[in-house]
Design a protein around this ligand. Structure first.
Ligand code: ZN
Length: 189
C-alpha cells in the first residue's frame, strides 16, 4: 500500500506511510468506500463530447449549465488548467480543453490536439469571444498564435495577460494572479 501511494504525484515516502497507517486505522467499510470510489472514477470518467474536460456524463457539468452559455469559450491545455481557472471564480463562460500544446520536438502537431473540434464549435455555437489561456512558454505561445490565426475570421480572439511568470504552469499560479491575468486579457492582433 505504501508503494502504491508513493507512485502518486507529490507523495513522498513519509506521506505514503502516513496515508497507509491512517487507512489501516479506519473501519473496513470506510476503506471499501474509498477503494470503490477510485475504481468507479477510473471506469466511469471519460471526456465531455463538447469541451473534452473530464466528465462522467456525455456532457460535463459546465457544458450542461445553460447560464454558462454566454458566447465565451476559454481554451486551456488540460483539465488541471481548467480547474485552476474555475478556482478564480472570475470566469462565467465555457471551456475547450486542447489536450496539450503544439510541440514539434515531442511530435505533437495541431492534428494531435482538439483543434478541429474547437473550430467547429466556434462556428456552431457562434462564439463571441475565444479566450486563450495557455501557459506562457515557447510551446504555449506557438499554440496561441496558431489558434489566433485560425479563429480570427470567425470571432474575437483574446489572450490572458501575463502577470504570470514566464514558463510557469497555469495550474500553479495563485488565484489572484490568475484572476488578474484573466481580467487584463487583450485582443490578439
Ligand atoms: Zn464540457
Amino acid at each position: 500500500m505504501i508503494d502504491q501511494f508513493e507512485r502518486l504525484p507529490g507523495i513522498g515516502p513519509r506521506t505514503a506511510q502516513r496515508l497507509a497507517l491512517h487507512l489501516l486505522r479506519q473501519p473496513e467499510e470506510q476503506v471499501r468506500v474509498f477503494a470503490d470510489a477510485l475504481l468507479a472514477a477510473r471506469s466511469q470518467v471519460g471526456q465531455c463530447r463538447s469541451c473534452f474536460h473530464l466528465s462522467a456524463e456525455a456532457e460535463c457539468e459546465i457544458c450542461r449549465d445553460q447560464e454558462r452559455g454566454n458566447g465565451q469559450i476559454c481554451v486551456v491545455a488540460d483539465s488541471r488548467d481548467l480547474l485552476a481557472m474555475e478556482r478564480t471564480r472570475e470566469y462565467k463562460g465555457r471551456y475547450h480543453v486542447l489536450g496539450g500544446v503544439i510541440s514539434p520536438m515531442d511530435g505533437i502537431g495541431p492534428e494531435s490536439l482538439q483543434i478541429q473540434p474547437l473550430v467547429e464549435r466556434v462556428d456552431r455555437e457562434n462564439a463571441s469571444e475565444v479566450i486563450l489561456a495557455l501557459t506562457p512558454s515557447v510551446e504555449g505561445d506557438t499554440t496561441s498564435l496558431y489558434l489566433a490565426r485560425l479563429l480570427k475570421p470567425f470571432t474575437t480572439v483574446t489572450r490572458i495577460a501575463y502577470g504570470l511568470p514566464v514558463g510557469s504552469e497555469l495550474e500553479y499560479a495563485d488565484q489572484v494572479t490568475l484572476a488578474r491575468a484573466f481580467e487584463g486579457r487583450r485582443r490578439m492582433e
